[in-house]
Design a protein around this ligand. Sequence first.
Ligand SMILES: [Zn+2]
Length: 252
Amino acid sequence: MMDSVRVTFLGTADAFNAAGRAHSAYWVEDPHGTFVVDYGPTTHMRVRALGFDPDALDAVYVTHLHGDHIGGLAILLADLQWRARRTRPLVIAGPPGTLDRLRLLRTTAYPSLLDRGLRFPLHVATWQIPGTVAVGARQVSAIRAVHDSSACATSFVVETAGRRIAFSGDTAWQPGLVDLSAGTDLFVLECTELEAKTGGHVSLADLRAHRDALTSRRVVLSHLSDETRPVCTAEAASLRATIADDGLVIEI
Ligand SMILES: [Zn+2]
C-alpha cells in the first residue's frame, strides 16, 4: 500500500480537445485505493493507454454534469460490467442531479445496462453545496462553481491520507477559489480563456490578477484551450504554476 498520493493527469484539454489533448480528468492513487476526478468521452481511452486498470477504481468524483466531464461514464460502466466483470462496489459521487444524469447516460448509451441492472453494486452519492461529505475513506468539501447552472457545477477539495487536493472544475473566477486553495498541497485549476468572456471559466487575466492570493503549495493549470496553452506555458514562471499536459504525474 502506498503512503503518498499520486495524481496522473489523464487529460488536460477543454471540451473541444484543444491541441489534441484528452478531456480534463485526473487519476489518483492513494493509500485507500484509486479514484478519478471526472470522466469525459476520451477518458477511458487514456486510462487504457496508460495501462491503468479501470477495475482498480473505487470511486469517481464528478465536478459537474457537462459532457466533457461525464460523457465517458457509460463506457466505464460497460467495461466494468462486461469486460472487467467487476463484482465489488463502485461509488460515483457528484453534485445534486448526478443520479438522474447518470441514468440518462446509461439509458441512452446502453439501455440494457439499466434494464438488466449491473453485476456490481453502484452507489451514487451527492454532496450538499456547500458541504463536506465522507465519500469512501475520503472527505470531499464542495462549493458552488460559477458555470452553466444546468450543470450544477462544483469546485471541491478531496482530503485523503493527510493530503488535500483542490479541483476547480469549470468555473469563472470567484473569491471562493482563494478559500478553496488554502491549506491544499495541490490545486488543479482550470484556465480556459485569455480574458474572461463567457462568465463560466477562469481566464489568464484572472490568474495574473489573483495568483498571489492562492496559497496552495502547488498550482497546476489544466482544462487548457488552444488560446491559453501556449500563453500559459510562456508565462509559467511568473504565474508560479505548472502547465499540465496529458500524462503529467505529481506525487504528494
Ligand atoms: Zn469542461
